[in-house]
Design a protein around this ligand. Structure first.
Ligand SMILES: NC(=O)c1ccc[n+]([C@@H]2O[C@H](COP(=O)([O-])OP(=O)(O)OC[C@H]3O[C@@H](n4cnc5c(N)ncnc54)[C@H](O)[C@@H]3O)[C@@H](O)[C@H]2O)c1
Length: 351
């Protein structure tokens, strides 16, 4: 195992990226965080008190002053190549993150997610330092194939009604011949490039097909980051709209557990797979309505809820089968949902 010495984090002002930057800074690596600071524009609720990219950027400045912060865009290949030079590891989290925005503006979504990732891989292939790369992919690459697995309705949740999926969705589930969304497709294109570059030994790279990641310093809204959105809305006494019946189930993974999985790959990429399903797994799941109950238990509050139509591309149940990550990365989620949510609530109250 080799600890990466020089780590580049794209999307370093984002939720996942800023945690990755903080993690490697704490471990003693030299860290560069790159971001175009666009996230704030995509949040229609953004205002001075709710800045997202800016918040995490300022957080890094204050708590991790040795992290080198660079404003740049992953769509700009030449600049990216210059920045990548000298790094032996890249955590690529920069992305257009919302399904809704991808439907409104699929070109921008494609350019950031597909072309941006391609640029990162090309830069990694060309530079002398030969960096290992992890890419923040998504469970949305499986598209509607997930919804072809029968589910049964229980009291407060849906669950797979097929014993083959009791442990969740494995990497072998088909990714095509089904409906997707532009976001799912742009991420899938990126994910396939990762596999191609990895399998042809051009770059030591892996796509982590992430389910629901949550934790402190996450600013969710209706379009993305529902755990943070529900928690923040509850704390702020703001109403929540649930699309569908709220019995949708997700596996939830605390962000620091995710970063440990990235690190397990980056520290020792030799012989590893090019894709990993990544989430809390079957032992860490919640439905939306179950989460509202947990929030009430922790905060003593329940905000106003209304229901609307199901959204395009939504999955009734998505749970990651994390066996491959367990075995190959010698990794396991360590933070249970209740503890993780307490950490989130404490962070918000302390800020
Ligand atoms: N959070 C989750 O639950 C989750 C789940 C699955 C996949 N993902 C993926 O993980 C990654 C990180 O997600 P997050 O939750 O931290 O989102 P985030 O919005 O907090 O972070 C993304 C960051 O990328 C930056 N960015 C966007 N376009 C850019 C560009 N062209 N050049 C440079 N920077 C750019 C944004 O400004 C933002 O700071 C994304 O790629 C997302 O698709 C996240």
């Amino acid at each position: 195992m080799n600890q990466p010495e020089n780590v580049l984090v794209t999307g370093g002002a984002g939720f996942v990226g800023s945690h990755a930057a903080a993690f490697y800074d704490k471990k003693g690596s030299s860290v560069t965080a790159l971001d175009n600071m666009s996230r704030i524009d995509t949040l229609d609720t953004a205002d001075g008190s709710r800045d997202t990219s800016a918040y995490n950027w300022e957080y890094l400045k204050e708590h991790h002053p040795s992290v080198d912060l660079i404003k740049a865009d992953v769509r700009d290949q030449d600049t990216l190549e210059e920045i990548v030079e000298g790094h032996d590891a890249i955590v690529h989290t920069a992305g257009q993150v919302a399904v809704t925005a991808s439907i409104q503006d699929p070109r921008t979504d494609f350019e950031i997610n597909a072309l941006g990732t391609f640029n990162v891989l090309e830069a990694a292939r060309k530079v002398e330092a030969d960096p290992a790369v992890v890419i923040a992919s998504t469970n949305k690459v499986y598209g509607d194939n997930v919804n072809k697995i029968p589910v049964r309705e229980e009291n407060s949740r849906y669950w797979y009604d097929n014993p083959n999926y009791e442990d969740g969705i494995p990497e072998s589930l088909s990714i095509d011949d089904c409906e997707h969304t532009p976001y799912g497709v742009s991420k899938l294109a990126a994910d396939l490039y990762v596999q191609d570059y990895a399998n042809r030994n051009e770059v030591d790279a892996a796509a982590f097909r992430m389910s629901c990641i949550y934790g402190p310093r996450q600013f969710g809204n209706e379009d993305q980051g529902w755990v943070a959105h529900f928690a923040l809305s509850t704390l702020r006494d703001e109403p929540i709209t649930i699309f569908g019946d709220g019995k949708q189930v997700r596996d939830v993974l605390y962000v620091e557990d995710l970063i440990r999985a990235y690190d397990a790959f980056l520290s020792d990429p030799e012989g590893k797979s090019a894709i990993y399903n990544m989430g809390g797994g079957a032992n860490n799941t919640t439905s939306l309505v179950e989460f509202l109950d947990l929030l009430e238990e922790k905060t003593g509050k329940r905000t106003d809820i209304s229901f609307d139509e199901w959204r395009e591309g939504d999955q009734k149940v998505y749970v990651s089968d994390i066996d491959r990550a367990r075995e190959e990365l010698n990794w396991e989620p360590t933070v249970d949902f209740e503890t993780g949510i307490e950490n989130f609530l404490n962070w918000y109250q302390d800020r």
